[in-house]
Design a protein around this ligand. Structure first.
Ligand SMILES: [Zn+2]
Length: 312
């Protein structure tokens, strides 16, 4: 509830989270909604130690950190700054670039801001996401190819798999996106199994390899399109709309080239924002993202770019 579970306004954010202790107490509440439970012995009795964010189990003496295993783990940056960054990212309707984040929060380096953005994007994917259901449109689209800088990491066009719930009329439900290695491969079938509930009604174009979906627990409806006669977007309007929004967002948000692997994180951010597009409260987005952040593995910069160890 706004104003109770999460701040309603920026003023409230600043008032609630003025100290490190405020942030730690909030993260503890999100991480252990039913109260602290020791991962060692299961005891629910613990006391706070003098060290930052540590809980000491009174049953077995094990110490547990509220930020261990989360994106905040081993961060030297104050949590109040993290909270400000998360609020800022959620408050902007279309997302922020690393350079904007750097300016607003006064980070010393672009690299730091960039790594933060990627940690946050990682947190945007809920590990236990529900499967899409009902009528689902499924297709591929080509994304990218408009990078401005000549650099080794600039991508050209990359196939992205798109699944869109279309509950009827012009309505669009939730979406899922994933990068494919090649066009028209069986990856699209694997993707369907990964993100769509068994028994769903899947609508696709007439690609031959997709016809197996009908024998694999889905209702499969397809149409062989003669492109000059019938544009594909009339048969799959949901996919068409999502694909064009995605392309516009990618072109508008990313001013630096991205690698294929990085594209995965951007797809996660787009999905997070799109699936919560009707959420009026920015505070609720903030709450959900923090909730997911405390359930996310830490990702040192090394694992993001495959470079040298660099604590952020
Ligand atoms: Zn214990």
């Amino acid at each position: 509830m706004a104003g109770v579970d999460y701040p309603r306004t920026h003023q409230q954010l600043v008032a609630w989270f003025s100290t490190e202790a405020d942030c730690l107490a909030y993260l503890a509440r999100l991480r252990w909604p039913g109260g602290f439970v020791c991962p060692g012995c299961g005891s629910d009795r613990a006391w706070r130690t003098a060290r930052r964010g540590m809980w000491m189990c009174s049953g077995c003496g094990r110490q547990t950190s509220v930020t261990a295993g989360t994106i905040f783990h081993r961060s030297h940056t104050p949590l109040t700054t993290w909270f400000a960054a998360i609020w800022f990212v959620c408050a902007s309707k279309n997302g922020v670039s690393a350079s904007t984040l750097q300016q607003v929060l006064g980070f010393g380096s672009y690299e730091t801001a960039w790594a933060w953005m990627h940690k946050l994007r990682r947190a945007m994917v809920r590990p236990e996401r529900e499967l899409l259901a009902g009528v689902v449109e499924l297709d591929e689209t080509m994304v990218g190819g408009r990078a401005k800088k000549a650099s080794s990491v600039v991508i050209t066009k990359v196939p992205v798999m798109v699944a869109v719930e279309t509950p009827g009329g012009r309505k669009i439900g939730r979406i899922r996106l994933a990068r494919a290695d090649a066009r028209n491969s069986n990856q699209l079938v694997d993707f369907a199994h990964r993100v769509i509930a068994p028994g769903a009604h899947i609508r696709t174009d007439g690609a031959r390899n997709l016809r197996q979906l009908g024998e694999q627990g889905f209702t499969h409806e397809y149409r062989v399109l003669i492109s000059s006669v019938e544009p594909a977007h009339e048969y799959l309007p949901g996919v068409h709309l999502v694909a064009s929004l995605l392309k516009r967002w990618v072109a508008g948000t990313l001013h630096h080239g991205i690698s294929k692997r990085q594209l995965d994180y951007y797809l996660d951010e787009f999905t997070f924002r799109f699936n919560r597009r009707s959420s009026r409260s920015r505070g609720l987005l903030f709450y959900r993202l923090l909730q997911q952040a405390v359930a996310t593995d830490p990702h040192p910069l090394t694992s993001l770019i495959g470079g040298t160890e660099n604590s952020v």
